[in-house]
Design a protein around this ligand. Structure first.
Ligand code: DC
Length: 226
C-alpha cells in the first residue's frame, strides 16, 4: 500500500506551499485536490453553466475530463488535454470552485478520481476532506489551520507583493466567507478528522510551520526528513 499523507485545512492555512516543500523533501508527489475542483469550475464557466445550479452542474460534471500530470515533480492540472494550471487561479474560478464543490455529484467524481491517483504512488494529498472522506486510512493526517486574521494577513501580503491593492478588511471578509461555506456545506464539510494531528500556524512563520509539519510526519512514519 502506498504511503499517503493527508493534509486538510481552511483556505490560506498554507497547505499548498508547506505541503509542496514537505513532499519535495520526502521525494513524493503532491496532489492538490483543490486544483481539481477548480478545473471542474472552469469547465462550467466556459460552458455557460451557473455554478450555483446543482441540477445542471450535476448533469454535466461527468463531461469535464480532469486529470493531473507531473512535470519536473510539479503538478499540472489538465482539462481535456489542455494544461489549465494557471487559468484556474483567478478570483472568478475560486468563487465558482467554492460553489460547485457543494454538489454531491461533483464530490463523488472527485473523490473517486483522487482515490485512484493516491493508490498509484506514495503521495501527499491536500484538500478539505482527505483525512475524513477520501483517504480515511491515510498513513498520516494533519489538520493545518491558523486564525482567520493570520491567514488573511498572509494572503494580503501575497497580494501586495504582486501589486494587487486589495484592502485587508476585504481579504479578511473573503477568508471568513470561504470558511463559512467550507464548514457549513452538507456534503463533506471541512472538519478535522478524529485521528488527525492539529497544527496551528497562527504564531509560526513559514520555516517554523515547515519544521513542525516535518516533525509530525517523521514521528508517524519513523523516518527523519531533511
Ligand atoms: O484549496 P483551494 O482553494 O484551491 O480549493 C478550491 C475549492 O475547492 C474550495 O472552495 C474548497 C474546495 N475543495 C473541496 O471542497 N474539497 C477538496 N478536497 C479541495 C478543495
Amino acid at each position: 500500500m502506498p504511503m499517503n499523507i493527508a493534509i486538510d485545512g481552511p483556505v490560506g492555512a498554507g497547505k499548498s506551499s508547506i505541503a509542496d516543500q514537505v513532499a519535495q523533501r520526502l521525494h513524493i508527489l503532491h496532489l492538490d485536490t483543490g486544483a481539481m475542483y477548480r478545473t471542474v469550475a472552469l469547465y462550467m464557466l466556459r460552458n455557460g453553466i451557473d455554478p450555483q445550479d446543482e441540477q445542471t452542474v450535476s448533469a454535466h460534471c461527468g463531461e469535464a475530463d480532469v486529470r493531473v500530470a507531473y512535470r519536473d515533480g510539479a503538478q499540472r492540472t489538465m482539462l481535456g488535454g489542455e494544461d489549465v494550471s494557471d487559468l484556474i487561479r483567478t478570483g472568478e474560478v475560486s468563487a465558482a470552485a467554492s460553489a460547485i464543490s457543494k454538489w454531491p455529484a461533483v464530490r463523488r467524481r472527485m473523490v473517486a478520481a483522487q482515490r485512484e491517483i493516491a493508490a498509484t504512488a506514495d503521495m501527499l494529498i491536500d484538500g478539505r476532506d482527505i483525512g475524513t472522506v477520501v483517504l480515511p486510512d491515510a498513513t498520516v493526517k494533519i489538520f493545518l489551520t491558523a486564525t482567520p486574521e493570520a491567514r488573511a494577513t498572509r494572503r494580503w501580503k501575497e497580494y501586495q507583493a504582486k501589486g494587487i491593492d486589495t484592502p485587508y478588511e476585504e481579504v479578511l471578509a473573503d477568508v471568513k466567507q470561504r470558511d463559512y461555506q467550507d464548514t457549513h456545506r452538507a456534503a463533506a464539510p471541512l472538519k478535522q478528522a478524529d485521528d488527525a494531528v492539529l497544527l496551528d500556524t497562527s504564531e509560526l512563520d513559514f520555516e517554523q510551520s515547515l519544521a513542525a509539519m516535518k516533525k509530525i510526519i517523521a514521528e508517524k512514519v519513523n523516518k527523519t526528513i531533511k
